[in-house]
Design a protein around this ligand. Structure first.
Ligand code: PGA
Length: 253
């Protein structure tokens, strides 16, 4: 059975003190929440807060993800962070291919594939983001774009590796804009992603992969989105920065 997952992507937000306060609130709220057995909560802070976050996670019900990783093996790469480093800090997940990294840092499908390999070699679970920009949706190319991102970023993996990957569908026009995809729009793409996984890996593997929705997901729309057959949770940006909002989304799982 695939997991239902809510992952918070803090992006480049919060100071150390603010992060500490948010983690403290999350820990308290998670202790009181009764979540379904197949639910997982993941918090993805910026690198400087990873150690503090894993300390909290040791005493709480959430897991920790990073927001980026180097595609290279450890060595002389100033400013980069290796998969080995993340693993040694007890990080279990890592976001790859986020649209902000694709847009501002030249993260291509080939780079996504290389980062996914480094993570899997180190036993970390990649959360791989795919999604079309507004112009591509207006041209009706969303299925083609997402299909290309999957096949070039992920389909070199074998079935057992693929089963360890989480896919996040994030229509770029919905990220941080307040415009959410309708449940029907999101479900259409999620079902398409699962059918592509099934054609490449077979139905059993396709059923194992959690596919999250991301893009202006908030307490008021989470339950409806997560109620769709192929939507297994969410990757949450803005609403993950307030404990009450994030927990309301977690409780919609
Ligand atoms: P948002 O971001 O929830 O602020 O739209 C989602 C994401 O970028 O992962």
């Amino acid at each position: 059975m695939r997991k239902r997952i809510v992952a918070g992507n803090w992006k480049m937000n919060l100071t150390f003190e603010e992060a500490d306060e948010l983690l403290d609130e999350l820990m308290t709220e998670l202790e009181q929440a009764s979540l379904p057995r197949d639910a997982q909560v993941v918090v993805c802070p910026p690198f400087p807060f990873l150690e503090m976050t894993t300390d909290y996670a040791n005493d709480s019900y959430f897991m920790v993800g990073a927001q980026n990783v180097s595609e290279r093996e450890p060595g002389a790469y100033t400013g980069e962070v290796s998969a080995e480093m993340l693993k040694s800090c007890d990080v279990q997940f890592c976001i790859v291919g986020h649209s902000e990294r694709r847009a501002y840092h030249g993260e291509t499908d080939a780079l996504v594939a290389a980062k996914v390999n480094r993570l899997l070699q180190n036993g970390l679970r990649p959360i791989v983001c795919v999604g079309e920009v507004l112009a591509e949706r207006e041209e009706g190319r969303q299925l083609e774009v997402v299909g290309r991102q999957l096949s070039e970023g992920l389909f070199h993996l074998d079935a057992s590796q693929m089963a360890g990957v989480v896919v996040a569908y994030e229509p770029v026009w919905a990220i941080g804009t307040g415009k959410t995809a309708t449940p029907a729009q999101a479900q259409e793409i999620h079902a398409h992603i699962r059918s592509l996984l099934a054609s490449r890996y077979g139905d059993a593997t396709a059923q194992e992969v959690s596919i999250l929705y991301g893009g202006s997901c908030k307490p008021s729309n989470a339950a409806e989105l997560f109620g769709c057959a192929d939507i297994d949770g969410g990757l949450i940006g803005g609403a993950s920065l307030k404990a009450a909002d994030f927990m309301a989304i977690v409780k919609a799982l």
